[in-house]
Design a protein around this ligand. Structure first.
Ligand code: AMP
Length: 283
């Protein structure tokens, strides 16, 4: 156990005992799922949750099922003691930090698959990803049974997938999307930004600027395909080593748009060396 002031539950019984106690006292409960290595983006979710709910649970679990074998599960940054201190300072009431065997005991055989919004973009580039996310989030929501759960728009497609699954499975839980928190140069905060070296970090700040330019272009009448292609060219010229996609899509379904129509969203994923960055904005 860490020496932090925040109490921690390690299993579902401990989590439910705390949540049931609050419920009996008439208190509402918010859940903020995370994979740790926390930054201001995560803490903004905790503060929003605390403003909306009487008690806040943050979960910390680096979910192996959402990483492909060649991805960064092993090197993903981990610092439970530091995270716990930050969560306490943001007003969190309980840390839920289960071991892998608590989440996926021997014999675990269920996979939650959301179709439609899971299919394009991240779904094409990381085919394993949304199955892993939907499965772990379904588990966390059912383990905690909060009144509301809070997710960042930083992972916009993930937010749509989670809204879809909560709706489709009739979960009595409000899914709340929260704005992306950014560094001074506009780079969306991410635990993976820690992988960037100084040169890559400088280039990373261009991603949000290029998306702003793409928005300006389509708002000014440019064709969507041209704005997307131009944005990809700018990212390459800025030093991004590979572009997975820059896409202007329907903001609710992520379907392609022949011409601009509200609500629309621009989404991008691009690599700087071994680090993959994503970002998105309302058009
Ligand atoms: P992660 O630990 O990366 O799985 O993220 C946990 C939650 O924090 C997810 O709902 C993310 O969308 C959210 N999040 C991550 N980065 C940011 C950010 N820069 N601004 C707002 N929310 C974020």
């Amino acid at each position: 156990m860490s020496a932090s002031p925040l109490s921690a539950a390690r299993d579902v019984a401990g989590l439910r005992a705390a949540v049931n106690g609050w419920r009996k006292a008439g208190l509402s409960v918010g859940l903020v799922p995370t994979m740790g290595a926390l930054h201001e983006g995560h803490l903004s979710l905790v503060r929003t949750a605390k403003a909306r709910c009487d008690r806040v649970v943050a979960s910390l679990f680096v979910n192996p099922r959402q990483f492909a074998p060649h991805e960064d599960f092993e090197r993903y940054p981990r610092d439970e003691a530091g995270d716990s201190t930050l969560l306490a300072s943001a007003g969190c009431d309980l840390l839920f930090a289960p071991e892998r065997t608590v989440m996926y005991p021997e014999g675990f055989s269920t996979n939650v698959i959301v179709t439609s919004v899971s299919t394009p973009l991240e779904g094409e580039m990381r085919p394993h990803f949304f199955g892993g996310v939907a499965t772990v989030v379904t588990k966390l929501l059912l383990q905690c049974l909060p009144d509301a759960a809070f997710f960042g728009e930083k992972d916009y497609q993930q937010l749509l997938v989670i809204k879809r699954l909560a709706h489709d499975l009739d979960m009595p839980i409000e899914i709340v999307g929260c704005p992306t928190v950014r560094e001074h140069d506009g780079l969306a905060m991410s635990s993976r930004n820690a992988y960037l070296n100084a040169d890559e970090r400088r280039v990373a700040g261009r991603l949000n600027l290029v998306l702003h330019e793409a928005i300006k272009a389509v708002r000014g009448g440019a064709a969507i395909v041209d704005a997307e292609a131009e944005a990809s060219r700018h990212l390459s010229a800025a030093g991004f080593t590979s572009i997975d996609y820059v896409a202007i899509r329907d903001a609710e379904t992520l379907e392609r748009l022949d011409e601009l129509r509200d609500p629309a969203r621009v989404l991008a994923a691009a690599w700087l060396g071994k680090t993959r960055l994503i970002d998105n904005m309302e058009v």
